[in-house]
Structures are given as C-alpha cells and as structure tokens.
Design a protein around this ligand. Sequence first.
Ligand code: NAP
Length: 300
Amino acid sequence: MNTLTNIIDGKLISQQIQGEIAIEVMSLIAQGHKKPHLAAILVGNDGASETYVGAKVKACDRVGFDSTLVRLPATTTEIDLLIKINELNADKSIDGFIVQLPLPKHINEHIIMQAIAPEKDVDGFHPQNVGRMALNLPTYLPATPYGIIQLLKRYSIETTGKHCVVLGRSHIVGSPISILMARSSSTIGNCTVTLCHSRTKNLKEHTLKADILIVALGKPEFVTADMVKDGVIVIDVGITRVPSDKTKTGFKLLGDVNYAQVAPKAAFITPVPGGVGPMTIASLLRNTLKSSKKEVYKLT
Ligand code: NAP
C-alpha cells in the first residue's frame, strides 16, 4: 500500500494552460497581431459531439480566440464536406480547424483527414503531421497525447529510463503516446515502451512491469490492483458512460482503471473525470495558438 498517492489534477492544469494562453493572446493583440481563430465542422447532430464542439467554442471565447462553428446536416455528402474543407483551407482568417469525429458512416474519415491542409490541422491527425511527430519534427501533436505529456511535465514526473506500458493502439491515443513516450526529449520521453492491444498475450505480465501505465481501452475499470506494482504512475484515458441512479443525469463516467483499487498503490494517478479529459481542449487551443504564430509551419 502506497500512502503517498498524488492525484494528477487535469482540470486545474487545463485551467492554468488556458490562463497562460489568454495572457499570450492579449500580448499578441497588443502587438497588432490578429486574434487566433479556430473553426470546427460538425456534421449531423450527435449529442456527445454537440457537447464537445460546444465546449471547444466556449473555450475559444475564454482565451480570446475567434471561433467559427460550421454545422452541416447528417446527409452531407463526402464531396460537399471536402468542398467545405477546401474553403477553410483557403480562408486566410482561419488559423486552424477540426472536423469533429465520428463522422456519419457514408463519409470516409481517412479521406477527410487528408484533405485538411497540414498547416491548419490543429487536431494533428493528418498523415504529414503524424509523420513529423514520429520523426520528432515540429508539428501539431494530437490533443489527448499532447495533454498527457503536459500533465507529466507539470507534475515534474521523471520519465527518462522508465518502463512505460501503453494499453491500446488507437490512432488518436495509444499509438501516438507510445511514440512520444519513447522519443528522445529534454523533458518527457526517453522511456522504454511496451505497446499492448487486444492480441497481446499475458497482459498482466506486462502491466506489472510498468513504471508508467497509460491506459486507453474504452473498457471501464479494466485495470485492477493485482495488475500494477506499488509506486506505479497511472494515466487513465478511458471515459465510458455507465448508467447510474445516483446522478441527476442518470449516468456516470468511468475510466479504464479501477480507481478505488489502484489509487492506493499508485505514486500518481489521474482521476476520471477530471484527469486527462480536460486537457484535450487546452491542447487544441495551444495548437491553434502555434498555428497563428506560425510556429510549426513557417508559411506566410
Ligand atoms: P479504440 O480506438 O476503441 O481503441 C481501443 C484499443 O484498446 C485498441 O487498440 C484495442 O486493441 C485495445 N483493446 C481492447 N480490448 C483490449 C483488451 N482486453 N486488452 C488489451 N487491449 C485491448 O479507443 P480510443 O479511441 O483510443 O479510446 C480509448 C478510451 O479513451 C475510450 O474510453 C475513449 O472514450 C477514451 N478517450 C478519452 C479521451 C480524453 O480526452 N480523455 C480522448 C480520446 C479517447 P486492438 O487494436 O487489437 O483492437
């Protein structure tokens, strides 16, 4: 039992980062720079997507960005969406934009992601930006992995030489965070990384060796106390809505880690909610600010 568990407060860190961005925006405007401008395309009216996009627009207001929400009906064709993307690519007033996922089934996500101009791809999903990340070149890091890196950095967690075990290999979380944790860095990185997925044999043998365990499965409370060693650092990315008669909304959010069991053994742990989740928006804003300052692609 580790009595010194530290809870990693993602809500607090996200607020701090947004405060820092707001100050930077004020200073840019004072120097005659235009406000950073983020646009979002929302296709259809999926409830969760509406909430996520709404939160992104509100965050833009808070930090002094301009924002544009482009709403398209669920019946929008792939061609019509590509035309809208080309418009945003060409619009000089917009620094970056996102296409909220998931898209309706008749639209191919890969085609859409590749249509976004890499210099405006503030979600960091374009193959060019993923390649730049893998090569350790300046790029827009995908929001959730970027948020995890920020949490580790701001809690001064030493990663060099540590064994990091990642559960899940999705394109948006598991794969990119495994690359970032392994890469050569003066801050967060330099880990020996094990990437596990549904075909991994004897998963527990791997998780028990983790100094840092990053879990992105979408399987509520999958990681239990017997799967981790004392003093482990746990980053729980999972968010699953499960029915609950104890909340007004009728549901509660669960992470992929059984928090009650694992927290007492952990040196650091992210709660759900309030851990990784709030960091996603902060990362998106940071990427948009980078784009507005031409920090990644030195284009005019
Ligand atoms: P995903 O695309 O569904 O990928 C899940 C991964 O887990 C896959 O690689 C899968 O392996 C692996 N997996 C499934 N069952 C497994 C098992 N029993 N043992 C080992 N590996 C297993 O999920 P995702 O998009 O990465 O999301 C994961 C979770 O994070 C979800 O709860 C999601 O809501 C949450 N999330 C949160 C944020 C945030 O901001 N906090 C952002 C993104 C996602 P295979 O590849 O072999 O199928």
